[in-house]
Design a protein around this ligand. Structure first.
Ligand code: COD
Ligand code: ZN
Length: 362
């Protein structure tokens, strides 16, 4: 199959033939229909991260089941699926307590990010968080496949695997945003726009988008933001206090992954409010808080790993909301690329030129 392989960080991905591993007894071979291009893909291209090389990036994907291992029972060839990224072993303490986004396989050899995904000649090629969707196909454990009805448009459904579920999940599963509340969203990108539409869905009265890119602030309004603050021009803390009756917001979501914007989220919430950290910062990043201020203010800082999403429960729920007209998903896609154009797609994301770009394989 054709895949875009990352050999050296910050250098162009190379589109070439690789050989996928054969599916094991509990694995499924899925042919991709679409893959979103998310900032996490860009981060693993730009930063020196833990992910092993050579690597096929891409983790926000939908497709059609092509082959199944001998013990697979949850899907069959021809089924439409959204692929959940990361480990979903179903057996560890976290999976058993219904927190699959924290899955930690007891046997490190079962870590989906570190198992051989494909080969080129005799070189092992890895698949990003087990998915590797900048390619024509993948092999994943059946527990990573969420089947969906054939009536659901499969191309936009790819965005449910990350951007939509992480954003909506941050609001519903992690912060539990209450009707009538005030919500700040710092970073109105592919994931941040979904925090905004999640907050709108949860009945927030004020949704204040903060971004350095004025075009993203316009987009934010289309997805439910009531106000926009341009953080390269405006006094963010002052403007938010003004918009929230002087107290600060009930919730502030950081959806970028920078220490200064995580700090900004903490500063913009009222006493008793919650700052939710959705973006992943570089491994050495640290953020300072005054311990007595944290104690006296009763503010809460919540870590949010992949939106606290339980794919088997939350993907069908999101599809129902989308099909009922309560979430916008097609509207997030501003540009389609072919696999050969993957480097252009990453650069368009880096330059802030797309709402969400997708690779379309059909
Ligand atoms: N102040 C305000 N806005 C900023 C700033 C800043 N200093 N810097 C950048 N921005 C804005 C950009 O203009 C853009 O609108 C937005 O931030 C970022 O958007 P995108 O579209 O580039 O990025 P996303 O939305 O795809 O990236 C989302 C995350 C940053 C949340 C993602 O990359 C991440 O860190 N995920 C965390 C871990 C996780 O849950 N992973 C699951 C797989 S993603
Ligand atoms: Zn992502």
């Amino acid at each position: 199959m054709k895949a875009a392989v990352l050999y050296e960080r910050r250098q162009p991905l190379i589109v070439q033939e690789v050989e996928l591993i054969d599916p094991g007894p509990r694995d499924v071979l899925v042919r991709f229909v679409a893959s979103g291009v998310c900032h996490s893909d860009l981060s693993h291209w730009q930063r020196d991260t833990w992910s092993p090389l050579p690597l096929i990036l891409g983790h926000e994907a939908s497709g059609i089941v092509d082959q199944v291992g001998t013990q697979v029972s949850r899907v069959k060839p021809g089924d439409h699926v959204i692929i959940a990224f990361g480990n979903k072993c179903g057996e560890c303490a976290y999976c058993r307590r219904g927190e699959p986004y924290l899955c930690t396989p007891e046997d490190p050899a079962k870590n989906i990010s570190l198992r051989a995904h494909a080969r080129r000649n005799s070189t092992t090629v890895y698949g990003f968080i087990g998915v590797g969707s900048f390619a024509e196909a993948t092999v994943v454990p059946e527990s990573n496949c969420v089947p969906i009805a054939t009536s659901v448009p499969l191309e936009p459904a790819c965005l449910i695997a990350c951007g939509v579920s992480t954003g909506v999940g941050a609001v519903i599963n992690v912060a539990h945003v209450q009707p009538g509340s005030s919500v700040v969203v710092i970073g109105a990108g592919g994931v941040g726009l979904n925090v905004i539409q999640g907050a709108h869905l949860a009945g927030a009265a004020r949704i204040i988008a903060v971004d350095i890119n004025p075009q993203k602030l316009d987009l934010a309004q289309q997805f439910g933001a009531t106000h926009g603050v341009n953080s390269s021009a405006d006094d963010v803390a002052g403007r938010i206090r003004q918009l929230t009756g002087g107290l600060g917001a009930d919730y502030a979501f950081e959806v970028i992954g920078l220490p200064q914007t995580i700090r900004q989220a903490y500063e913009t919430v009222r006493k008793g409010g919650a700052a939710i950290v959705v973006g992943v910062a570089t491994e050495d990043a640290a953020v300072q808080f005054s311990a007595p201020d944290l104690m006296r203010s009763g503010k809460r800082i919540l870590g949010c790993n992949a939106g606290g999403v339980r794919p088997d429960i939350d993907f069908p729920l999101i599809i129902d909301l989308w099909q009922a007209g309560r979430l916008q998903i097609e509207e997030l896609i501003s540009q389609r690329f072919a696999l050969d154009q993957i480097n252009e797609a990453l650069i368009a994301l880096q330059q802030g030129k797309v709402t969400r770009g997708i690779l379309a394989f059909a």
